[in-house]
Design a protein around this ligand. Sequence first.
Ligand code: ATP
Ligand code: MG
Length: 138
Amino acid sequence: TQRTLAIVKPDGVANLGHILNAITLHGLKVTQARMVRLTRAEAETFYAEHAARTFFPKLVEYMTSGPVVALELLGRDAVARWRQMMGPTDSEAARRDVPDSIRAQYGTDKTLNAVHGSDGAEAAAREIPFFFPAERDA
Ligand code: ATP
Ligand code: MG
């Protein structure tokens, strides 16, 4: 059993119900949830690995454009299974290649892509306390 961090990004919040339903249907459990509007500094820290990329300012602008919903997900292979459910980063590519994915259904393009998922166990261990600093097991 493994934990991962999911974020329903500002453009995904309108479809929060559908996204939570998909998570449940795939057998992952939501063990913590929090709605928060990120500050610029928080968004920059969360995505610090991308600080040198040309899309970074646009990414920070996007992630601070409205509230997000952070979710801790629990289940077997939760990191990989949530990444698979999300689909490719680029929502248009997702619609072509994985039409039943979350990004295919609820994303717009390669920036506005509805959801985030930790890309490995190490990232999950860093990202879960970012949103849930006083974690307690559910
Ligand atoms: P995330 O980390 O949000 O789960 P990801 O792991 O699929 O997404 P990353 O490469 O980590 O993709 O990029 C982080 C985020 O930056 C993407 O989800 C997207 O919002 C934005 N992004 C990534 N690549 C591009 C790009 N080429 N142009 C514009 N925005 C991008
Ligand atoms: Mg990533």
